[in-house]
Write a protein that binds this ligand. Structure first.
Ligand SMILES: *[C@@H]1O[C@H](CO)[C@@H](O)[C@H](O)[C@H]1NC(C)=O
Ligand SMILES: *[C@@H]1O[C@H](CO)[C@@H](O)[C@H](O)[C@H]1NC(C)=O
Ligand SMILES: *[C@@H]1O[C@H](CO)[C@@H](O)[C@H](O)[C@H]1NC(C)=O
Ligand SMILES: *[C@@H]1O[C@H](CO)[C@@H](O)[C@H](O)[C@H]1NC(C)=O
Ligand SMILES: *[C@@H]1O[C@H](CO)[C@@H](O)[C@H](O)[C@H]1NC(C)=O
Length: 659
């Protein structure tokens, strides 16, 4: 019918498409030209390039999600910790059958054979592969290759169209208008003797050599070791479960993409800074899509080493499970061959039966997500089988970070919280700024004058637990209060570093933090002009959204962390460090709850805000950015260190007292 003729007419003259869209169709999404600053539109994709198309269907009941999540995670709810299973979640939010049918029929009528269309296990997506020509005809658009300043490539269009009657059934279609930003490692936080900072480093390290033993706490103002962390937060060295036998159904999941650990580094660290962790101890592998780890020591990456060298000593003999993906960069930089190898597999974790380009997803594991740009530090704490089969629901979340429909992504976190997963993310290392092309806190700000604070993503989503960073200043001890981390340029890092924090432009303040944030504004005027809701973004010179979800939720130490990387002993830092510390603590508490016949903690925030006394309030420091001092850490919750750092004994007592 008409779609066919459209294909003929417009397929031939693609550039005329937008001018001649028929009345039956409507623009579904159009990219705001200003967001593409760092991208160059390049050649048109060849007609026969094959695209992995994903159609995100409108789901049901999402408006109920918040209340349903609070029902199982608010400590005063009679249903506390009564998490849902995945079938219940799928059932609650699955699109209407009529939605699935309508969209599928549209695709089939447009020439996509039914046998090519897969409905995802979670019911939210229809998937098919299409040539660029087919996709352009279907969506009345034109696909180009876009090159990022960093050399990454991604296919995208400027806008696309769907029949009017389809629009209400869709969230969005990919590849579409979104430009997949590169997955930038934060290795700037990492110093290596070999990368040009050796003099600075060795100066910084000279104090370390005075470490008398692994229990030496006198050096914690210069070097944070596992002993310092245990002393700071009151974490016993010997785990509190019977016979030291860790449970097989509880493991801390750590997500790494694009950098890899070396066993040699872990072994050096265990020997140097721990007692009783045998050389060879390693994370349980749950590798995605052919990713491989460990790597030879000369290829080791700072993020991976940091995560494991923090988490394993705090948890051992509990296990850490490594979800390792390949590097996005490699996926997208090879054009045209292999352009979509991992992209294809990056989808949703549920395309079990989906085949294309000679690859078939063979179960839940392989099709996982290449994580995000800001969040490579996806750390989650959850009960999971060590067999890497039954979980990866968790990665559904991470993939959508890539495709950046933020609302849809955030809803995935909500669903995972319903199922008892705890997601713990780093708040970012650039204070109130988002980091520009050079991750520079000066150019990473919003508005015409770069004066508006940039909330991070996904840490603005209210359904994850966000961890900021603290430090011990020189000549302070582990028994003194910590401060919010502020490291100016070259002190000792190559870029300024402060704890990410602020207020979302997208998500309103969630109920669980309403009192805490109101109290903050009531008692501590941050001193900046603000706007109220993103509809008035930047109004009156405002720098932040007074009504938005405030982050971080908590904090932990994230500076001067002892770390072996690439065979070198060094200091590392970042909210990438504070996050595994907090996550390890939650995993230890989950272990005790499971041993006591209770359920895991799941989504943490309502309980954290309900009992802030189990966190050490941080009241010194700030998080500079955008040419300002940022916010200040003050008594009570603040957008620098959240509620504060963990007090492990108090947290155990409280959480073990909950049903
Ligand atoms: C607790 O869960 C039950 C079903 O599991 C539900 O009927 C009830 O409404 C829930 N309670 C609250 C307060 O929502
Ligand atoms: C750990 O290794 C560093 C670097 O080799 C060394 O300076 C330090 O003394 C070691 N610490 C212990 C407790 O062995
Ligand atoms: C720390 O204390 C030592 C010894 O009292 C002193 O020399 C040094 O200047 C102090 N450092 C700072 C940063 O206050
Ligand atoms: C907030 O509003 C500004 C200005 O209208 C807009 O550019 C930006 O995309 C909006 N952000 C969100 C998250 O809606
Ligand atoms: C408070 O933070 C500032 C930096 O923001 C630091 O210089 C000072 O030493 C800190 N005070 C304490 C008591 O830690």
């Amino acid at each position: 019918m008409h779609l066919l003729s459209l294909g003929v007419v417009f397929g031939l003259a693609a550039s005329a498409l937008t001018a001649a869209v028929p009345h039956s169709h409507i623009v579904h999404e159009k990219r705001d030209a200003t967001v593409a600053k760092k991208w160059v539109k390049r050649e048109k994709l060849p007609a026969d390039t094959r695209l992995p198309m994903r159609v995100g269907l409108k789901q049901r009941n999402l408006h109920r999600g918040h209340d349903l999540l609070m029902d199982v995670s608010h400590p005063e709810s009679p249903n506390y910790s009564k998490h849902w299973n995945s079938e219940e979640v799928v059932e609650m939010f699955a699109p209407e059958q009529s939605t699935v049918d309508t969209v599928r029929t549209w695709l089939i009528d447009s020439g996509i054979d039914a046998s090519r269309i897969t409905h995802s296990d979670n019911k939210g997506w229809l998937a098919f592969d299409a040539t660029t020509e087919e996709a352009e005809t279907l969506l009345l658009t034109e696909y180009h290759l876009y090159g990022h300043v960093d050399g990454h490539m991604t296919p995208a269009c400027e806008s696309y169209h769907v029949p009017k009657y389809i629009q209400e059934h869709l969230d969005y279609i990919t590849p579409g208008i979104r430009l997949l930003a590169p997955n930038k490692r934060r290795s700037k936080r990492t110093f290596r003797a070999k990368n040009g900072f050796a003099p600075l480093l060795s100066k910084a390290m000279s104090g370390v050599l005075a470490q008398t033993s692994i229990d030496d706490l006198s050096i914690c103002d210069q070097l944070i070791t596992p002993a310092c962390i245990r002393a700071l937060y009151g974490i016993p060295e010997v785990p509190e479960y019977p016979n030291n036998q860790p449970r097989s159904d509880n493991s801390l999941g750590i997500f790494e993409d694009g950098d890899y650990y070396a066993q040699e580094d872990l072994d050096l660290f265990f020997t140097n800074q721990t007692r009783g962790i045998p050389a060879g101890t390693h994370p349980v592998p749950a590798f995605i899509d052919g990713a491989q780890a460990p790597v030879p020591v000369w290829e080791a990456g700072g993020e991976s080493s940091l995560d494991f060298e923090l988490a394993i000593p705090l948890l051992y003999p509990q296990t850490v499970t490594l979800y390792q993906t390949d590097d996005l960069y490699n996926t997208f930089s090879k054009y045209p061959p292999g352009l979509f190898n991992n992209f294809l597999d990056a989808i949703d974790g549920s395309y079990c039966t989906y085949s294309a380009f000679g690859e078939t997803g063979n179960d839940r594991m392989p099709q996982l997500a290449p994580s995000s740009r800001r969040v490579k530090q996806l750390i989650f704490s959850e009960p999971l089988s060590i067999q890497p089969t039954p979980i990866p629901l968790v990665f559904k979340a991470s993939y959508s970070v890539v495709f950046t429909n933020q609302q849809r992504q955030c809803n995935e976190f909500m669903k995972l919280g319903l199922q008892g997963h705890s997601f713990i993310y780093a708040s970012g290392d650039l204070g109130v700024s988002g980091g520009g092309p050079n991750e520079n806190p000066i150019d990473g700000c919003l508005g015409p004058y770069g004066s508006i604070f940039t909330p991070g993503w996904p840490v603005n989503c209210p359904y994850i637990t966000v961890v900021g960073a603290t430090k011990i200043y020189p000549n302070h001890t582990v028994y003194d209060p910590e401060s919010a981390v502020v490291d100016p340029l070259f002190d000792p890092w190559s870029i300024p570093y402060s704890s990410g924090g602020g207020f979302s432009n997208i998500y309103p303040r969630p109920s669980y933090q309403r009192d805490a944030v109101q109290n903050y504004f009531g008692r501590h005027d941050p001193g900046y002009k603000y706007y109220r809701g993103n509809d008035s973004f930047g109004a009156n010179g405002g720098r932040y959204n007074r009504l938005g979800r405030g982050y971080p939720d908590v904090a932990a130490n994230g500076d001067n962390i002892a770390n072996f990387i690439g065979g070198y002993f060094t200091k590392n830092g970042g909210t990438s460090a504070s996050t595994p510390i907090f996550a390890s603590i939650i995993n230890r508490i989950n272990e005790q709850r499971l041993n006591a016949g209770k359920k895991v903690l799941g989504f943490l925030n309502p309980a954290l805000y309900n009992n802030p006394g189990m966190l050490n309030d941080i009241t010194n420091g700030s998080n500079p950015g955008c040419g300002t001092e940022g916010f200040r850490a003050v008594g009570g919750w603040d957008p620098v260190t959240g509620l504060g750092t963990p007090n492990y004994p108090k947290m155990v007592k409280y959480f073990m007292g909950l049903p």
